[in-house]
Structures are given as structure tokens and as C-alpha cells.
Design a protein around this ligand. Structure first.
Ligand SMILES: [Fe+2]
Length: 452
């Protein structure tokens, strides 16, 4: 940071955004925290603490703490986020308007108004297109809201305003690549993702975006090669590594290499590797796919996945996407009583609660949970009745196309069950084959449909 450039009347960060500190040291720590949030290399909390220590009167680091905690979608962290916002509020009088706007956005987010928070971050970006805090947090909540249009467009609306030599520009490219992928613009997504990692910067969001492209196109051999080649970018010391291992396992599943996927699960997805629900839900999603594809020996793995994961209804209703994956874990455990208790809690909170998640639960989360339970009970017709309409609406509860493919894969399995609908199954497979090619997994499902 060029401290001399920061005169008392021109307090700005290195991208020209107004800030409420004159401390170069505090700004440097905040910049490191920002990089950590965009790159997922270690949590930014120690750097945020250092920024606060360097300038205890600066509001923004407290808001950073709150917003970062909120992006983890853990109900247990809401109180800490709220406390950080309260602390920030005490410092608002001396803060620039931009930082007070950040407080207001994070406040909406903490109240469960994810749509309103994204709108507030967008307003900040209109005034400050190089405000990467606003973009990073809005991008993640666009993802949690399943807002593909803004995953792409919000980044595109600011990207031309960024100097090409900004050290964090590759992280914008990573976001842009993922947004393009979620808008099904695969060649553009792959090109931008590859550009993002063509320099020195490690951009796991970009390696991940390219993996998504290959997943959606059934390029499982290329996908495995890509992730192995890029492993130094996303693996060591990275909080996003587990999700990359999950994508690698999906490529093994597309090749119908179930032992390979199981080995990756055991090495990288068990309870020893997961702290957050965001990490655990990948394990649940992988084991569920393995179950659908007929893998054996999953029982101990479900038990391991649940070890340390609070699957009680206590935290239900914060994220419909997370709730559905908690239910999958309970189905895997064979714990029907707790599964029903979770479903009841989600329904209760969807009816009585407020915030963005209530509609997500009503429209997608609850019918999905009921469809999964019906499938697990062997009720083919009922599960198809519940799951088939979700193909057109499931994006509303967040996640990626690859994650929500769980709906299609469960539908395929339901169609192949006794009492299933082979005509629907064949139609789904035709659609799948045109998107992915006749991969071993597509052929596997075709054989299942023929046998049913
Ligand atoms: Fe992903």
C-alpha cells in the first residue's frame, strides 16, 4: 500500500474506494482478508482482527467479520455476525457512506433477507464498481439464491471498470467464469476460467468453474486431468479443496468408477475433513449418488459423515438447500424418526418464518425433501410426482446445476424402480445424452431403465 498517497481528505483503499481509516497497516490487513475471502486460502478472521487492532475506530472490518460469517450459512454463527454488526454500528458516525451501506447490506443478510442484501450490495457496486467486498458477498449469495443471471451479470457489470493489472482481477474472472457456466455459456466460461489461472494468482473459483463446464458436458476424462493438473491451485491449505475433491469424484461417477469415487470420499470427504455444513453436504451428496448407482458398503460412511454434524431440527430453516442435504444424511443413516422431525421443523419454519429462505423451502426444499423420503420408502410414483416438477424450479433454492443434478439422478432411479415411469426415464436419458454424450453413467442408467 502506498501510504503516502493516502492524504487525510482522500482516505481510499488501493482500488479508490472510500474507507474510514487512515492506517496503512489496517488497510493492508483488510486487503489480505479480502484476498482470503476471494481465494479461500485460510479464513480471513485473523487478518480482520489485525485490521481492527491497527485501527480500533474503523467500522468496515467489523462488517467484514459479519459478512464473512454469514457467507458460511451456519445458523450457529448468526449470533457472532450480529455481535460484529452491533460493534460496527458503534463506529458508524465516523464512517464513510460506503461503509454504512455495507453495514445495511450485511444487516439485511443477517435478518435472512438474502434478496434484499444482494440488492443493497448491487447499489454499492453501482457507486463503487471496484468494491470487491460487495461483489464477493453478493456473488456468494447469488449462488445461495440460485440466481444464475446475476452470478454472471453482476460481475459483468463491473469487470470493465477494473484495471487489468489489479492483483485481484483474476478473482473477478473466476466469478465471471462461474456465472457464465451457470448460464450454460460453456465455451465462454471455460475460456475465462482458464484465463483466470493463466498467471501467478491461485484462483480456485476459476478451476472450479472449468470443472463445472466439464461436468455439464460429460468430459469426465478431461475433468479428472484438469483437476489433477490444477491441484496446486486449489488443494493445499484451501477451504474450497473439499468441493474440488467432490467434483473429481463426480467425474469418476460419470465414468462409473464407483471404487474410485469411494476412495476419494474416504480420503477427502469424511467427518475428519469437514467443519461446516457447506463441506458436509458435499459428502452427503456424493454418498447419495453412490447409493443411486448401486454402490455397496455405504453404511459406515453415512455414520462417519454424521459424526459431529448436528442433524437435529434446531438449526433447520436457515437454508433450504442445507436442510435437504441434512435430510439425505438422515435417510442414509436410516433414521426415519429424525428425518420426519427435520421435515416437520422445516415446514413449520417455512410457514411461520420470514426471510428469503421461507419461499425457497416452500417452493423447492419441502417438496424435494418429501420426494427424497418417498424415494427412500420405495414409493416410485409418489417420488416422481414430487420430484419431476422440481426440474424447472430447483434453481430457486440455490446451489449449482451440478449440485441440483441430484434431483435428476434421483428421478432416474425412481423411474427405474418397480412402479416407476420408464417413458419419463428414457426421455430424461435422451436429454442427458445430448448434453453429456453417451457416458458410462448414461449407459448405466439406460440399462437400468431397460431392465425395469
Ligand atoms: Fe461446484
Amino acid at each position: 500500500m502506498a501510504a503516502a498517497a493516502l492524504g487525510p481528505s482522500m482516505k481510499q483503499d488501493r482500488r479508490g474506494n472510500p474507507v474510514g481509516t487512515s492506517s496503512p497497516e489496517a488497510l493492508a490487513h483488510a486487503e489480505t482478508a479480502l484476498w482470503r475471502m476471494c481465494s479461500f486460502f485460510d479464513a480471513p478472521l485473523a487478518d480482520i482482527d489485525a485490521a481492527i487492532a491497527a485501527d480500533p475506530g474503523w467500522m468496515l472490518p467489523h462488517v467484514m467479520r459479519a459478512a464473512f460469517l454469514l457467507t458460511l450459512t451456519e445458523p450457529s454463527l448468526l449470533a457472532d455476525a450480529r455481535a460484529a454488526l452491533d460493534q460496527a454500528d458503534l463506529l458508524a458516525a465516523n464512517a464513510p457512506e460506503r461503509e454504512r451501506a455495507h453495514w445495511a447490506a450485511a444487516d439485511r443478510c443477517a435478518a435472512g433477507d438474502w434478496h434484499g442484501a444482494c440488492a443493497a450490495w448491487e447499489q454499492i457496486l453501482l457507486d463503487h464498481p471496484r468494491d470487491l467486498y460487495a461483489l464477493q458477498w453478493a456473488h456468494l449469495f447469488d449462488f445461495y439464491r440460485g440466481d444464475a443471471r446475476n452470478l454472471r451479470g453482476r460481475v459483468a457489470r463491473v469487470l470493465p471498470e477494473w484495471p487489468r493489472d489489479d492483483a485481484l482481477r483474476p478473482y473477478l474472472l473466476g466469478m465471471h467464469a462461474f456465472g457464465l457456466e451457470e448460464c450454460n455459456l460453456y465455451p465462454q466460461a471455460e475460456a475465462i476460467g482458464r484465463e483466470a489461472v493463466s498467471g501467478e494468482a491461485k484462483v480456485p473459483w476459476a478451476t472450479h468453474a472449468v470443472a463445472h463446464v466439464m461436468e455439464m458436458q460429460g468430459r469426465f476424462d478431461e475433468g479428472r486431468r484438469w483437476l489433477h493438473e490444477q491441484q496446486p491451485v486449489w488443494d493445499e491449505g484451501n477451504g474450497f479443496a473439499g468441493h474440488h475433491w467432490w467434483h473429481l469424484a463426480l467425474f469418476h461417477l460419470e465414468a462409473m468408477d464407483l471404487p474410485g469415487a469411494l476412495a476419494l470420499h474416504d480420503a477427502h470427504q469424511g467427518s475428519a475433513h469437514a467443519v461446516l455444513t457447506l463441506q458436509r453436504l458435499d459428502g452427503a451428496a456424493l454418498l447419495w449418488r453412490l447409493r443411486l448407482l448401486g454402490a455397496d458398503g455405504l453404511g459406515p460412511r453415512w455414520a462417519d459423515l454424521a459424526d459431529g454434524w448436528d442433524l437435529t431440527p434446531r438449526d433447520a430453516g436457515h437454508s433450504a438447500f442445507n436442510d435437504a442435504h441434512m435430510l439425505i444424511a438422515l435417510i442414509g443413516l436410516g433414521d426415519a424418526a429424525r428425518a420426519q422431525a427435520l421435515l416437520a421443523a422445516v415446514q413449520r419454519r417455512a410457514e411461520r418464518g420470514s426471510g428469503s429462505n421461507t419461499a425457497m423451502a416452500r417452493e423447492v426444499g419441502l417438496p424435494l425433501m418429501r420426494g427424497l423420503l418417498a424415494f427412500a420408502a420405495g414409493e416410485a410414483a409418489e417420488s416422481i410426482r414430487l420430484l419431476a416438477p422440481l426440474r424447472e424450479t430447483a434453481h430457486r433454492f440455490g446451489g449449482s446445476h451440478a449440485q441440483r443434478d441430484l434431483v435428476d439422478q434421483t428421478l432416474l432411479a425412481a423411474c427405474a424402480m418397480p412402479g416407476g415411469e420408464r417413458a419419463l426415464g428414457r426421455a430424461l436419458l435422451n436429454e442427458r445424452q445430448l448434453a453429456r454424450g453417451a457416458t458410462p453413467q448414461v449407459e448405466h442408467w439406460r440399462q437400468c431403465m431397460g431392465r425395469a
